[in-house]
Design a protein around this ligand. Structure first.
Ligand SMILES: C[S@@+](CC[C@H](N)C(=O)[O-])C[C@H]1O[C@@H](n2cnc3c(N)ncnc32)[C@H](O)[C@@H]1O
Length: 275
C-alpha cells in the first residue's frame, strides 16, 4: 500500500473519513507490506497483509458466483483460461484483449491522471492496462484495484509485480468504495456489474466518487436476444448473475444520477461511458 495513496483511502463505513496509519510492520519500496490502518471515527482497524488492504475481514460471499471467485483455483485460472477468449465468444467476433484494453484506456481518458479505480478487478487486467497507459502518457496518478475476493487480489498483485507495475489493491465492496466523494478521475469495471449484487448501490458509488471531470467506463453483458441464450442466462441467475437488457442498464445508470455519454454493443457485450 503506497504511502502517497493513504490520504485518499477512507473508512468503508464512514466514507468521508480518511484512514490513519495505526501500525507499520514491513515497508518495501516506499509501500506498506504489513501494517494496520484505523478509522478515527469508528476506531475500526483494518489489516494490510502482503501489501493488500483488507476492509472486509470475515465477510462471506453473497452469491454462488461471488463464492466461486474466492476459490484459489478460480483466481489462478481466470486470466489463464477464460478471460483472453471471453469477448470473442460473447461478442461473436474477433475481440482479442488488445482491442478491448485499447478501447477501455482510450475511453477512460487516462492521460488526465489522478485516482483511477478498477472495480471488481479480479486478476487486475484493466488495472494493469490503466497503469501502463498512465506511464506512457507520463502523468501523475494512482491505479487501485478493488475486489471482494482475496485470492483474486493476490493473483492480481503478483501479475502487476511481474509486469513491473505499481498498482495498489484493496479488498472492498463495490457498494462501499473506500474513497471520499468526488476524488476519482477514472472508474472502470470489466464484466463485474453482472455479478456485483446490488447494482443501484454500486452505481450510486460511481456517482459519488466521480470528480467533476471524471469518467466511468464499463464493460458489461446484456440480456441475450435468442431463446437459448436467455434460458442459459436465466439458469445462471440462480447463481447470482444478472443480465439486464440495455434499457434496464440505462435506467440503472440514470437512476444513479449518472449521464450516459456513449455506448456500443457487440453481441451481448456492452461498453458504456458515463459521467
Ligand atoms: C467477471 S469478474 C471481473 C473481471 C475483471 N474485471 C476483468 O476484466 O478481467 C468479477 C469480479 O468481481 C468481483 N466482485 C463480485 N461482486 C463484487 C462486489 N460486490 N464488490 C467487489 N467485487 C466484486 C468478483 O470477486 C470477481 O473477481
Amino acid at each position: 500500500m503506497d504511502f502517497k495513496l493513504l490520504p485518499y483511502i477512507t473508512c468503508p463505513c464512514h466514507r468521508e473519513t480518511p484512514l490513519r496509519v495505526e501500525q507499520i510492520g514491513r515497508v518495501v519500496d516506499g509501500a506498506i507490506e504489513t501494517g494496520r490502518l484505523r478509522c478515527s471515527h469508528c476506531a475500526t482497524s483494518y489489516p494490510i497483509v502482503d501489501g493488500i488492504l483488507d476492509l472486509l475481514g470475515r465477510q462471506w460471499p453473497g452469491s454462488i458466483a461471488q463464492f466461486v471467485n474466492v476459490l484459489p483455483l478460480a483466481a489462478w485460472a481466470y486470466e489463464r483460461t477464460w478471460r483472453p477468449l471471453a469477448l470473442s465468444i460473447l461478442s461473436g467476433e474477433q475481440f482479442p484483449l488488445e482491442r478491448e484494453l485499447t478501447l477501455i484506456t482510450e475511453l477512460a481518458g487516462v492521460e488526465r491522471g489522478g485516482l483511477m479505480i478498477d472495480v471488481g478487478c479480479s486478476n487486475g487486467l484493466y488495472a494493469r492496462a490503466l497503469e501502463q497507459a498512465r506511464r506512457r502518457s507520463g502523468v501523475d496518478g494512482f491505479v487501485v484495484g478493488i475486489d471482494l475476493s482475496l485470492p483474486m487480489l493476490q493473483e492480481a498483485r503478483q501479475r502487476a509485480r511481474r509486469a513491473g507495475l505499481h498498482i495498489n489493491f484493496i479488498r472492498a465492496s463495490a457498494q462501499a468504495l473506500p474513497f471520499a466523494s468526488g476524488t476519482a478521475s477514472v472508474l472502470v469495471m470489466g464484466g463485474s456489474l453482472n455479478e456485483i449484487g446490488d447494482i443501484p448501490a454500486a452505481l450510486a458509488e460511481w456517482r459519488r466518487l466521480l470528480a467533476p471531470r471524471g469518467r466511468g467506463v464499463m464493460m458489461s453483458l446484456a440480456a441475450a436476444s435468442g431463446q437459448l441464450g436467455r434460458t442459459f442466462q436465466q439458469a445462471l441467475g440462480s447463481g447470482g448473475l444478472q443480465f439486464p437488457t440495455l434499457d434496464e442498464l440505462n435506467q440503472y445508470v440514470a437512476q444513479a444520477g449518472l449521464q450516459l455519454r456513449a455506448q456500443w454493443q457487440y453481441g451481448i457485450v456492452v461498453f458504456s461511458v458515463v459521467q
